[in-house]
Design a protein around this ligand. Sequence first.
Ligand SMILES: NC(=O)c1ccc[n+]([C@@H]2O[C@H](COP(=O)([O-])OP(=O)(O)OC[C@H]3O[C@@H](n4cnc5c(N)ncnc54)[C@H](OP(=O)(O)O)[C@@H]3O)[C@@H](O)[C@H]2O)c1
Length: 284
Amino acid sequence: MILITTAGKVGSAAALLLAQREVPVKILVRDPAASAGLARAGVEVIAGDLRIPASIDAAMRGVAGVVLVSPAVPAEELNVIDSAVRAGVNHVVKVTSKSSLDSPIVRRRGQAQIENALIACGLGYTLLRNNAYMQNFFMLAPAIAATGGFGASAGDGRIGMIDTRDVADVAAWIAVAPEPHAGKTYWPTGPEVVSYADAAAVLSEALGRPVAYRQLTFEQQKQAMVNAGLPINVAEDNARALGLFADGDADYTTDDVPTLIGRPARTFKQFVADYAQAWQISLA
Ligand SMILES: NC(=O)c1ccc[n+]([C@@H]2O[C@H](COP(=O)([O-])OP(=O)(O)OC[C@H]3O[C@@H](n4cnc5c(N)ncnc54)[C@H](OP(=O)(O)O)[C@@H]3O)[C@@H](O)[C@H]2O)c1
């Protein structure tokens, strides 16, 4: 039995893939009603909260493997690691990003703290240090629909961005047969590097009308995210991360996805086409 902690983009897709392969899988969620679709697909949906260790322990019963994916609040993911140790779980696949304890990005420092705890806990583990997610572009969809373009402080930086469905596939694949991947760190990416200007060109072609990319300063980016409803500290962290993209921090690809799951990673063009409705367009 595999436990997936939280039903976000990666967690939901990983749970569905495992259910489709008839691998017993359960998923810990705060609101089971919101995951009725997963339950219908054969995923065991368990009510819990990563802030409540007893609820994690209940979900952990009978589990051999964990896919640890959540917003990566250190205290919450450390609760999962502690629970996995108590339950004697065999392997934990940790969904993470580029990380280091001295990173200027708070989230990356938190990821490093969690990774270090996982490595030290003695369980089998695999780290998936993913490049940026294509699905981040969903946040830009309202601006694209309203203004015919989007702004970001990513400069001309190119990014080996990955579709979260591919992250899910890699995580699910490893969780089912973890032995060859124990103690390993992978760097999953998409198949190509894409700048925000490149992304605008792909969106323009798909929409059949120009989609403009406007370069923002750090302050403008932070304000745009605050305006979109993000707390100021998260907005600042995200704006800093986009600034790193401008400096080439994400300008790399690897063969990890095809090597691990035996098919190419999805392109940005495929991602845009698969979510045509998100851009409020018809590709017909
Ligand atoms: N975005 C990127 O570009 C990027 C790149 C590389 C790595 N990553 C990493 O990917 C991970 C996030 O994956 P994701 O994007 O698939 O996540 P996501 O879509 O943001 O979903 C997070 C899920 O966690 C649930 N959740 C939040 N707090 C919870 C709690 N206390 N107890 C139980 N559930 C809780 C949320 O459910 P509710 O509906 O209950 O809130 C939501 O379903 C992070 O580790 C992030 O650093 C992201």
